[in-house]
Write a protein that binds this ligand. Structure first.
Ligand code: ADP
Length: 299
């Protein structure tokens, strides 16, 4: 099973070009689509989920041409949108039963079995008869995953699922997602690096509607081997370092500023070498994107 996105373009009526020639090949397993707010992730996810059209390009999944056969795609799709509203007065049991019905699981016994199995899977069994309006953010997200999993989809899209979850809820959500079947294509769209490093075996970084990098997280990290350096500096020194070095990130650590620099050689004797993390690789891609943009503006 494979999802093939080729040369997808989308410009909104306000002139924003949200997708620029996006091409991605996504195989079974967990695929992370990482990008900042406004990068074009939701536009891409909604297009794959048949909720909006691209201006040009094609999307194929397992023999289905998504633009030409949206109904067929919906039969195999599980989708958790970024904004997932629930009917506050319905219980989990009621709403899942209704959604299962709409997904074509019309046999009452089969529907009950599936709904109950999924509620247990997402750990909401105890709360199955509570009104959804009283659910916490984490419970709502787990309910969202439950509705996406109904009907055994082969393509699952989750858009920004962990934004707004506390660390415990996020962990539970990770565990749940990592249990999803191996014969499924799962796309996780997120601006949180940890989501991708924890869960995904393939990934892409997207920025301003363009695919900036694709690969396995480990390979992407390894691309920076022996090129990441750290140093503790005073806050007022930051500008100097930014003017002379590729400072990809800076953060406060015990009252001092810690900067991370990418360079082929040790920048100066007070830096120390650091094993690259996925976050470093991501910041480096964003840094290069900003530099390219600045160079274009100046030219
Ligand atoms: P992300 O999901 O990565 O935050 P989006 O796909 O939501 O990115 O947005 C990509 C760009 O397209 C942004 O600049 C956003 O403001 C713009 N955009 C998104 N939806 C619309 C829309 N319906 N009309 C106009 N512009 C939009």
């Amino acid at each position: 099973m494979i999802l093939e996105i080729e040369n997808l373009n989308k410009t909104y009526s306000n002139g924003v070009q949200a997708l620029k020639d996006v091409s991605l090949t996504i195989k079974t397993g967990m695929f992370g689509l990482l990008g900042q707010n406004g990068a074009g992730k939701s536009t891409l996810m909604r297009t794959v989920a048949t909720l909006q059209d691209a201006d040009s390009g094609t999307i194929r999944f397992d023999g289905i041409d998504v633009a030409k056969e949206p109904g067929k795609l919906r039969e195999v799709l599980g989708y958790l949108p970024q904004e997932f509203g629930v009917y506050p007065t319905a219980t989990a049991m009621e709403l899942l039963t209704h959604i299962a019905d709409m997904k074509g699981i019309t046999h009452a016994g089969e529907r009950k079995d599936q709904v109950e199995a999924i509620i247990k899977k997402v750990n909401l069994w105890e709360a199955r008869s509570k009104k959804l309006g009283g659910y916490s953010g984490g419970m709502k997200q787990r309910f969202g995953i439950a509705q996406a999993l109904l009907g055994n989809p082969r393509l699952i899209i989750v858009d920004e699922p962990t934004a707004g979850l506390d660390p415990m809820e996020r962990n539970r959500f990770y565990n749940l997602l990592s249990e999803i079947g191996e014969n499924t294509v799962v796309i996780l769209s997120t601006h949180i690096v940890e989501d991708v490093s924890t869960l995904c075996n393939q990934m892409a970084i997207i920025g301003k509607g363009e695919v900036l990098l694709t690969g396995k997280p480990g390979e992407i990290e390894a691309g920076l081997n022996e090129r990441v350096w750290e140093k503790q500096i005073e806050k007022h020194e930051l500008q100097d370092y930014e003017d002379t070095m590729n400072v990809i990130s800076s953060r406060f650590h015990l009252g001092k500023l810690m900067i991370t620099v990418v360079a082929d050689d040790l920048p100066d004797g007070n830096f120390w070498s650091k094993a690259p993390s996925l976050e470093d690789a991501y910041f480096n891609v964003l840094y290069n994107e900003r530099s390219n943009l600045a160079a274009t503006v100046m030219a």
